[in-house]
Design a protein around this ligand. Sequence first.
Ligand code: PEP
Ligand code: MN
Length: 275
Amino acid sequence: MGIHISTKIKLAANQGERKSVQVGDIMIGGEKIVVIAGPCSVESREQIMEIARRVKEAGATMLRGGAFKSRTLPYSFQGLGVEGLKMLAEARDETGLPIVTEVVSPETVRIVEEYADIIQVGARSMQNFPLLKRIGKARKPVLLKRGFTSTIEEWLSSAEYILAGGNNDVILCERGIRTFQSLTRFSLELTVVPIIKEVSSLPILVDPSHGTGVRSLVSPMAKAAVAAGADGLLIEVHPKPEEAQSDGDQSLRLEEFEELMKSLKPLAHAIGRSI
Ligand code: PEP
Ligand code: MN
């Protein structure tokens, strides 16, 4: 039987072989599992530099950090904007880690793509069609997060917008959906990993930080994601989560991230991959 998606989805559908996205010498969707780690938000130069050095030492492949944030409330920290992008670029210069950062509006795509190695479309923006159209014209790869109330076909339709616009480098990222379950912030739908491999050719990452919202659940679900065949992970890390401007409850401490990286190695090898 298998799983079938609408035939109207073309470019984001399975093309017969898996696609990979190249960022410098890093390949997303290849044999090596990529780990994108960093704070939810860039908060200061010191904060991002410390995190960048430590996650690099622990074996992360890329650095994440929000400079333009999409927050549920207008009173919450909205990010450092262009200053945050400059701090990320400095962290990249020192560590060599490529940077992944979010874009929230069509008007800021130009500036974000100037700094970012991968531009992130957040869950809340997944169906911002003017943004998706503009990103289709961007020259950088895109990390497309799943909207937390979106079906897999809606998610792939959003990927289709970017691909149809001429940007061939789309990476999907599952980050949890809303369910009736209320003990965690979201429910991480790991089933999408094998589903995406069946119905699409795009690389698929998993974000167990937003997917659970609870620090103690991040490492177990990161391991489960690797076992399920994810091409990579997105992990929020903070030296002092209790002082974080956003998402402290779900951020791993630096030592916890180091532990996680160690424990992922044998797991990756067991399924014929490396990390
Ligand atoms: C984030 O990555 O910090 C973020 C805002 O994620 P999401 O869009 O998945 O909520
Ligand atoms: Mn976050």
